[in-house]
Design a protein around this ligand. Sequence first.
Ligand code: C2E
Ligand code: MG
Ligand code: MG
Length: 264
Amino acid sequence: EMEKYLRHAIERDEFKLYYQPVINLENNRLRGVEVLLRWQNSALNNPTPDHFIAVAEQSGLIVGIGKWVLEHACQQVMAWTRSGLPALSVAVNISAKQFELPNLDDRIEQILKEVGLSPLHLECEITEGTLMESPENGLQMMTRLRERGIHLALDDFGTGYSSLAYLKRFPLNTLKIDKAFIDDIAKSNVDRHMAAAIINIAHNLGLKVVAEGVEEESQLDILRRYDCEMLQGFLYSRPLNAERFEKLLTENQKLHTLLGNTQF
Ligand code: C2E
Ligand code: MG
Ligand code: MG
């Protein structure tokens, strides 16, 4: 049933992109944005990505949907930059099916060219599961994307195999620690030590770390103590629609101008 509706979602204009700020903890500034897909389908009661992305993957529809997400995300970020707002780095989730496309790098480059966005402003988020399906192909594609200047993040670290070999082997820029690992860092010594160890390993491998799903001040304090570079979570902001995110950007810019520093 869901697949049937998904087939027509683009032409019926049912997808919307939401934007969640990624904050740089070193200076408390906005560092970038993760783009998250929303599907407005009242017949299915607006399914969440956790449900419909799986169906899109199984049916192969994710390839078209993923292209739509990339195009619209890049266009929106470019529109904000052109309107005088600070250039943002944009993180887009890439699914396994997209990653299997032999010419994914060309397709992404084509979109960036059409939109006029520099590859240096794009970060592709992939999960361990994606890499596990075909590590050799994964490594090749990642190398090619990196050669084009695109950044790569390993998403949801801690929920899958949390393989340290992957961290060593793949040309990553960023490690995103899953919310499940962040949730109890203020309450549980074990979780705190785990988070500290992961951050440490990532740093030793030259990776930047994003803590996902930060909701409380107490978690933030601990992450700061462990020199985690970035955070994303409801504590700072929920994912926002384009209009509200633009407002946040504008207010941020005004604030920094007032403080005499417009650098993000
Ligand atoms: P993700 O890439 O790990 O995205 C982060 C998820 O955590 C988002 O859920 C976001 O709303 C949620 N989140 C962020 N901060 C907090 C917090 O403080 N508390 C809580 N409770 N949640 C927080 P969302 O938007 O429902 O997306 C779920 C997953 O669906 C994403 O996880 C990603 O794997 C997938 N997804 C979303 N959009 C796309 C897309 O365009 N393409 C693909 N392939 N997958 C997508
Ligand atoms: Mg993600
Ligand atoms: Mg994640």
